[in-house]
Design a protein around this ligand. Structure first.
Ligand SMILES: *Cc1c(COP(=O)(O)O)cnc(C)c1O
Length: 408
């Protein structure tokens, strides 16, 4: 076991959490644990307790923790050339852009903008949309596209938006999954429609079958761009490299982040085809760190391991195991499981997501309440069937702890 960083050893988690509340802004509330180490699908807290990480840094640590290939690639790159600014090209940045275009089977003329986060990738897409010269932008009710001001304007949740009004204008939210409403809202003034294939933050809600393909046709018919936010669903999360490809659509813009760097911050906005790629010109967007050699090396290593180790197949099979096993193990509380691959929402019959998440943590499982009645699983793509089974085996007891008075 590697040594803890100097100064961390010997401190109880409680002390770190106390110091946390005195040093950090309370934007995330008070964390439940201080984590100090990870290995594969497991993490350890400051008091030495082990947890199976079924959240994966929020759909981010796709190779789990301390993956040797990722550690090796990042260390080697940092020891060679860490950061150069976007005044210069780097082989890693170019190779990453080419790799993303290849994975997306991008048409002629497609291009990549490298960023540091999902919100930043979506800011880029927002700018692309503005450059059409059209005033209106459509997004879906329940949408989450990030917390910076442009991305926040695309995000639907009033609690996130309202404290920061006025937001960049022109964004309207139409009911998710309602093609009639979409058709009624679309006209020649619409620059773009932003969608997530599965709304992650809204409670792991997939778009209805057929919606994405129809949205592609409807947007194309009025000359509006289709922007698919794959920040949560991309990079193998659903058992496909990107969630939208299964639906047979070619978007105009795809945004990626979370899983892309395997835990190192990196994002991308990919403009597909000549038209979308022609909208942002020289000097119209930029970010100091975006796609720096270390971040790009991390992304290349992550994509390499997903392919080399056949992780897409693992995602499908372990995901199916969890999706099929959870309602059986969850008694009367877990009614069904939404999502695809290893992005799953356990839907609860009663609003006990917080209680179930707390019971899971006590029992050594990290999951996430993504709404009052939905528990999200977004584990590393390396999760094994045995690890999935250990959660399913514990679930009946977790349900019992979460609501001791219910018959299960
Ligand atoms: C997390 C997320 C974002 C924001 O990404 P950050 O890296 O947190 O800025 C945007 N869109 C979707 C769908 C996400 O899940």
């Amino acid at each position: 076991m590697p040594a803890l960083p100097a100064g961390l050893a010997g401190h109880a988690g409680a002390e770190w959490l106390d110091r946390y509340t005195h040093a950090l802004l309370p934007t995330y509330g008070v964390p439940q644990r201080a984590l100090v180490r990870g290995d594969g699908a497991y993490v350890w807290d400051a008091d030495g307790r082990r947890y199976l990480d079924l959240l994966g840094g929020i759909a981010t640590n796709v190779l789990g923790h301390a993956h040797p290939t990722l550690v090796g690639a990042v260390s080697a790159q940092l020891a060679t050339l860490g950061h150069v600014s976007n005044f210069f090209a780097s082989p890693q940045q170019v190779a990453l852009a080419e790799r993303l275009l290849a994975l997306l089977e991008a048409p002629q003329g497609s291009r990549v903008f490298l960023a540091n986060s999902g919100a930043e990738a979506n800011e880029g897409a927002f700018k692309v949309a503005r450059r059409t010269g059209r005033p209106r932008i459509l997004a879906l009710q329940g949408a989450f596209h990030g917390r910076t001001m442009g991305a926040l304007a695309l995000t639907h949740k009033p609690d996130y938006r309202e404290p920061f009004a006025p937001l960049p204008g022109g964004v309207e939210h139409v009911p998710a999954g309602d093609l009639g409403a979409l058709e009624a809202a679309l006209d020649g003034d619409v620059a773009a429609l932003f969608v997530e294939v599965i709304q992650g933050e809204a409670g792991v809600r997939p778009l209805p079958e057929g919606y994405l393909a129809a949205a592609r046709e409807l947007t194309a018919s009025v000359g509006a761009l289709l922007v698919v936010d794959e920040v949560q669903t991309g990079v193998g999360r659903t058992g496909h490299w990107f969630a939208h490809t299964r639906h047979g659509v070619v978007p105009d813009v795809v945004t990626v982040a979370k899983g892309l760097g395997g835990g190192i911050p990196v994002g991308a906005m990919v403009t597909l085809g000549e038209r979308a790629s022609g909208l942002l010109g020289a000097g119209q967007h930029g970010t100091t760190f975006g796609g720096n050699p270390v971040a790009s090396a991390a992304a290349l290593a992550t994509l390499h391991v997903i392919e080399r180790d056949g992780l897409l197949d693992n995602v499908s099979s372990v995901g199916r195991r969890l999706a099929e096993g959870a309602p059986a193990a969850g008694g009367s509380l877990v009614t069904d499981v939404r999502g695809e691959g290893l992005l799953l929402g356990l839907h609860l019959a009663r609003p006990r997501a917080k209680e179930l998440t707390a019971a899971a943590l006590e029992a050594g499982f990290i999951v996430n309440a993504v709404g009052p009645d939905t528990v999200r699983l977004a584990p590393p793509l390396i999760l094994t069937a045995d690890q999935a089974d250990s959660f399913l085996a514990a679930l009946p007891q977790l349900v019992q702890t979460a609501e001791p008075d219910e018959e299960s």
